[in-house]
Design a protein. Structure first.
Length: 222
């Protein structure tokens, strides 16, 4: 050490917390908190400051770790949907007849909504506005599910097992009942018992899937 130069502590590496700084949450927890923030506030109203506060990280963490708020949003979406997408791919590739395949995909969609109910609010917000985020959701998750299913839907229509309506009408007929798994205060006023548990929610999801698929598939359509 040079004479007359005061001793200093070792320099911290980039991104390392200082002494007394609370430990950074694990990655899965950061993504979960990010999903809650985007679901509750919407993308545009979720500021970098608000994210840092909710995530328990420094104000520059999002840019340092993910590059931007937009890329963090994609990481949040991928953390929720990638596993669901793999499960749906197994259903689409399974040895099922057309009606069974459609029923299985619809049932899986509702069960997925039960696992991450707040995420449904994020999707509802993004599906209602034009944005690069909607493009990302459609290109990476919606289209890869629908496109392999379209031949089965067309055969069921030709056989009179599905109504001869456009794909968008059919799609919204299936996704709209997800509100029954998310809007719990209204559900309670309509008579749904409390408390809500994962088991009761899974039961409701099965009931919704049966109601929708039986209505779509079990009666001849003109």
């Amino acid at each position: 050490m040079a004479a007359g130069k005061p001793a200093t502590s070792a320099a911290r590496g980039p991104g390392r917390p200082g002494a007394g700084t609370p430990p950074r949450p694990p990655e899965a927890e950061i993504l979960r908190r990010g999903m809650e923030a985007f679901a509750e506030l919407g993308y545009e109203r979720t500021s970098a400051r608000e994210l840092a506060k909710r995530l328990g990280v420094s104000h520059n963490f999002i840019n340092d770790r993910y590059g931007s708020k937009a890329r963090f949003w994609r990481a949040v979406v991928d953390s929720v949907l990638e596993n669901d997408q793999r499960e749906r791919r197994h259903l689409l590739d399974a040895d099922l007849d057309d009606a069974e395949r459609v029923r299985a995909v619809i049932a899986h969609f509702y069960q997925s909504a039960v696992r991450t109910p707040l995420f449904g609010r994020l999707l509802a917000d993004e599906f209602g506005r034009e944005s690069e985020r909607l493009d990302y959701l459609y290109e990476n998750y919606v289209a890869p599910t629908l496109e392999p299913l379209i031949p089965a839907l067309e055969r069921l229509r030709a056989a009179g097992r599905l109504p001869a309506v456009p794909l968008d009408v059919l799609f919204f007929a299936v996704i709209s009942p997800v509100a029954g798994l998310m809007q719990l205060p209204l559900a309670h006023r309509l008579g749904r018992p409390q408390p809500v548990t994962p088991e009761t929610q899974a039961h409701t999801a099965r009931q919704l899937a049966d109601l929708i698929t039986d209505g779509l598939l079990n009666q001849p359509h003109r």
